[in-house]
Design a protein around this ligand. Structure first.
Ligand code: ADP
Ligand code: ASP
Ligand code: MG
Length: 425
């Protein structure tokens, strides 16, 4: 008998009808003789509604920063609702089921509220219930610290709960059920002809997820890679066009050679800070990065330009919700060191081209810029890593940019065609 961990996201359990549909799917897997541990997210937009309540009560946008412990207490309530309802639905359908909070399932995390990392899963209790023939439903996105505080793993973290449980239980695989048919070459809500990617390496999925492909939480993939958990992403909706979805696993050498460009991802609402006229030397630049880090502001792209008069211009990008703090810090430093000023560009999106075979391949930048020029998209900054290229474009041009790049690299045609397209220019 095999053991499968399944995870159902918010839309998949968004209503009583959806919860019953999920219970029916679980019943089907039980009939096929699988042991099951099921991780659930909060229903629909329940987590957003809880965040809204906290903002209403505190009058603050970044509630987590000021009330991290209580924010976690509040947000974990969402998953409690869906886990109990799903257990009831299963019991009504004649299946033994029991629900556990993250804490009861012994998902142990560090002490970092609102962005906790799982340090250990003591899966004995879950295992025991499974061996008694029960379906165990576990609340996603949450755990408990060694100090017995309730923690959350960061938004979208139920995927990480599921993969961590699959690793701890040595499950045969981890199935992530969502509202689209798998991982696509680009967000199917933004690019109409995006295609389901059948098979992805952990490295490519980490890169896509980190760059905004919200279909998977990046840390889930990191855990999957570390423990060799095979992850399958698929739709929980019966009318989905694709039944098998996407499999994420270690790429074989052969496969890695074939893939040039795997997919696109994007993240809106980024801002660029330009610090002009900084004194040469590492001092001012290091100070600003240290102070931003101290205040918990995370910097994404960094570029430097050296002017003829010996001064340095530093461009930094941050998420817009951290902009006010970043500007305050940047202006403080510029005033201290006698720089020329700080300019701010808001309303930008970061687009990422991801593909393990892109590195060292001539023509990728040329094709990218040509496509964007033809689409009338202005690029504000560029960065690159071994398997990705990042581009900053205006929010209003984000969708045009994604569509133009998707077409330019012929991503709708599959991996081999994309490889040819990438190498052509
Ligand atoms: P869940 O609640 O099931 O966790 P999410 O909303 O977190 O679902 O993730 C699914 C959504 O991710 C899809 O509805 C889709 O709009 C978005 N998405 C972004 N990029 C991709 C991609 N490359 N492939 C599939 N979906 C994507
Ligand atoms: N409910 C949480 C969120 O909305 C966790 C998740 O869905 O994965 O972020
Ligand atoms: Mg999600």
């Amino acid at each position: 008998m095999s053991l499968i961990v399944q995870k159902y996201g918010g839309t998949s359990v968004g209503s009583p009808e959806r919860i019953r549909a999920v219970a029916a799917r679980i019943a089907g897997a039980r009939k096929a003789d699988h042991d099951l541990v099921v991780v659930v997210s909060a229903m629909g937009s329940a987590t957003d509604e809880l965040v809204g309540l906290a903002r209403g009560v505190t009058g603050r946008e970044r509630v987590a920063r000021y009330h991290p412990r209580e924010f976690d207490m509040l947000l974990t309530a969402g998953e409690r609702v869906s886990m109990a309802l799903l257990a009831m639905a299963l019991r009504e359908a004649g299946h033994e089921a029991v629900s556990f909070t993250g804490s009861q399932a012994a998902i142990i995390t560090d002490e970092v509220h609102t962005a906790a990392r799982i340090t250990e899963v003591r899966a004995d209790r879950v295992r025991e219930e499974v061996s008694r023939g029960r379906v165990v439903i576990v609340a996603g996105f949450q755990g408990v610290s060694r100090m017995r505080e309730i923690t959350t793993l960061g938004r979208g973290g139920s995927d990480t709960s599921a993969v961590a449980l699959a690793a701890a239980l040595d499950a045969d695989r981890c199935e992530i059920y969502t509202d689209v048919a798998g991982v696509y070459t680009a967000d199917p809500r933004l690019v109409g002809n995006a295609r389901v990617i059948r098979s992805l390496s952990y490295g490519e999925m980490v890169e896509l997820a980190g760059a905004g492909a919200s279909v998977m939480h990046p840390r889930a993939i990191e855990i999957g890679a570390k423990f060799g958990v095979e992850i399958q992403v698929l739709s929980s909706f019966d009318d989905a066009p694709d039944e098998t979805g996407t499999t994420i696993r270690q790429a074989s050498e052969e496969k890695m050679e074939e893939l040039i460009l795997t997919g696109l991802a994007s993240m809106p609402d980024q801002a660029k800070l330009t610090l002009r006229g900084l004194a040469a030397g590492m001092g001012p630049r290091t100070d600003i990065l240290l102070r931003l880090a101290d205040r918990g502001v995370s910097v994404d792209m960094i570029t430097e330009a050296f002017a003829a008069d010996g001064t340095v211009q530093l461009d930094l990008t941050v998420g817009e919700e951290e902009l006010a703090e970043a500007v305050e810090i940047a202006e403080g430093i510029v005033a201290e060191v006698g720089g020329q000023g700080v300019d701010v560009t808001r309303g930008l999106s970061r687009i990422a081209l991801v593909g393990s075979g892109m590195h060292g391949r001539p023509g990728v930048y040329a094709r990218t810029f040509q496509a964007l020029r033809e689409a009338g998209v202005e690029v504000h900054a560029v960065s690159s890593s071994a398997i990705s290229v990042g581009l900053l474009v205006p929010n209003a041009e984000r969708q045009d940019a994604l569509r133009a790049l998707h077409d330019a690299f012929e991503l709708e045609k599959g991996a081999e065609a994309a490889a040819t397209a990438a190498g052509r220019s």
